[in-house]
Design a protein around this ligand. Structure first.
Ligand SMILES: NC(=O)C1=CN([C@@H]2O[C@H](COP(=O)(O)OP(=O)(O)OC[C@H]3O[C@@H](n4cnc5c(N)ncnc54)[C@H](O)[C@@H]3O)[C@@H](O)[C@H]2O)[C@@H](O)CC1
Ligand SMILES: [K+]
Length: 395
């Protein structure tokens, strides 16, 4: 896909540079080529390896554990002895306790110098990729024409888990889905204010509570981005109600419930089924879990589709935290919009033919059989046609 876009864009730019009356600059085209490709993080060309760098999918029992060889004195790592299962690819996967996850997060922002905004963008993009895969399907075709767009509800909490949801909403809209955000308590941090503004600029509705009326929109997917690894205790309002509402929508509307990093309300170390978890009776049963960086300990109790996204660990840090190199079954997480690539390619071919016709036409005009007025008229018409076609393709 990436190579197709690169080649096609170059071809079109070359073609356009020879023409008048077209308004898109090279930089505009470059950014369009990126923005219309849903999965820009995947800079690989073969479909099978397309998303290996950012996202993988495995079931809970296919992930393997972190070892206890951490040298991080402040946050000792937990051990686990699960056996490895189906193995097709090398990946760094393991389970982290809540304390380990927080320490790792802090260290990512110090030693390798990742900033929070950068990590959150990568995490949110990975979430959007997985949600797209789950809601739209492996075929990777977005709805077109008269068909209703898939609609995703993103319920965002007060911390960075909520930030991942805000970022994911933006990417999902660029992927061609409809999104609605529920954000009961807005953070006053500048980056979060910007994330909200970016979503508003895309026309994404941002609500305080989940719309529960039967007559209201049915959501194909619900993204639980309320609490991540810093959650503890029992959910307080307004989040307790939001969690109950998500459960109701999942059950009554058959919406796919997708949790980001941790199912909200679950004990990060012990999970939703553990007897120590007081919230267990009302707890979420997500259909899908998207672990960020590394699954947390509770993930041992999760039995559904399990994605791992936002993989930004340098090898030395993985080693320090005892996240050993393991193997896990991987499926291609998502597919690019083949429709768009095909349409774009067809347009380029059409344009190539039209250019040849144009050259013939100009040659003819030199014979004085065709008047100057007619030639100008053809050129203007052709430019208008290209402009219209590109507007259709690029929105
Ligand atoms: N390195 C990583 O893996 C990254 C993690 N990110 C995300 O950041 C998350 C962690 O973010 P944060 O540390 O901000 O924490 P969370 O987003 O997990 O939640 C913290 C917020 O929840 C509130 N809270 C905690 N317990 C509560 C309760 N019982 N009832 C009501 N409110 C409660 C806290 O007051 C705080 O406002 C991760 O799970 C992940 O989603 C990404 O944004 C960036 C990269
Ligand atoms: K969550």
């Amino acid at each position: 896909m990436v190579s197709i876009i690169g080649r096609s864009t170059t071809t079109l730019l070359l073609a356009l540079s020879t023409r008048r009356n077209l308004f898109l600059s090279a930089s505009t085209f470059a950014s369009l080529a990126v923005s219309v490709s849903p999965f820009t993080a995947a800079a690989v060309t073969s479909p099978s390896s397309r998303y290996k760098s950012t996202l993988c999918l495995c079931t809970a029992d296919e992930t393997t554990s972190a070892s206890s060889s951490s040298s991080c004195a402040a946050a000792p790592l937990s051990t686990d002895t699960n056996t490895q299962r189906t193995m097709t690819n090398d990946l760094n996967t393991g389970y982290l306790s809540a304390a380990d996850a927080a320490a790792l997060d802090a260290e990512l922002m110090s030693t390798p110098g990742f900033c929070l905004e950068q990590l959150m963008e990568l995490a949110g993009l990975a979430v959007a990729e997985a949600v797209y895969n789950v809601v739209v399907g492996d075929a990777g075709t977005t709805t077109t024409g008269e068909e209703k767009k898939k609609h995703v509800l993103l319920v965002c909490g007060p911390g960075n888990n909520g930030g991942d949801g805000l970022v994911a909403a933006r990417h999902l809209v660029h992927f061609g889905l409809a999104a609605t955000i529920v954000y009961p308590k807005h953070s006053t941090k500048p980056h979060f204010i910007n994330l909200v503004k970016q979503c508003e600029d895309l026309g994404i509705p941002i609500l305080d509570t989940i719309p529960m009326e039967v007559s209201e929109e049915r959501f194909d997917g619900i993204v639980d981005a309320i609490f991540g690894f810093s959650f503890s205790g029992i959910p307080r309002e307004p989040y307790a109600t939001a969690i109950a509402n998500m459960i109701e929508l999942q059950q009554q509307h058959k919406s796919i419930l997708i949790s980001v990093d941790v199912p909200s309300g679950w004990d990060v170390n012990h999970g939703g089924d553990d007897s120590t978890n007081e919230f267990k009776l009302q707890s979420l049963r997500p259909d899908v879990l998207i672990s960020l960086t590394v699954p947390k300990l509770f993930a041992k109790y999760f039995h559904g589709r399990h994605f791992i996204g936002g993989r930004f660990l340098p090898p030395a840090m993985a080693e320090k935290y005892g996240i050993r190199k393991t193997k896990s079954k991987v499926q291609a997480a998502t597919s690019e919009s083949e429709d768009w690539a095909a349409q774009y390619q067809a347009y380029l071919e059409e344009k190539e033919v039209a250019s040849e016709v144009n050259r013939d036409h100009i040659d003819l005009s030199n014979t004085a059989d065709v008047s100057e007025t007619e030639e100008e008229s053809w050129t203007v018409q052709y430019a208008k046609y290209c402009e219209e076609k590109e507007r259709d393709l690029f929105g």
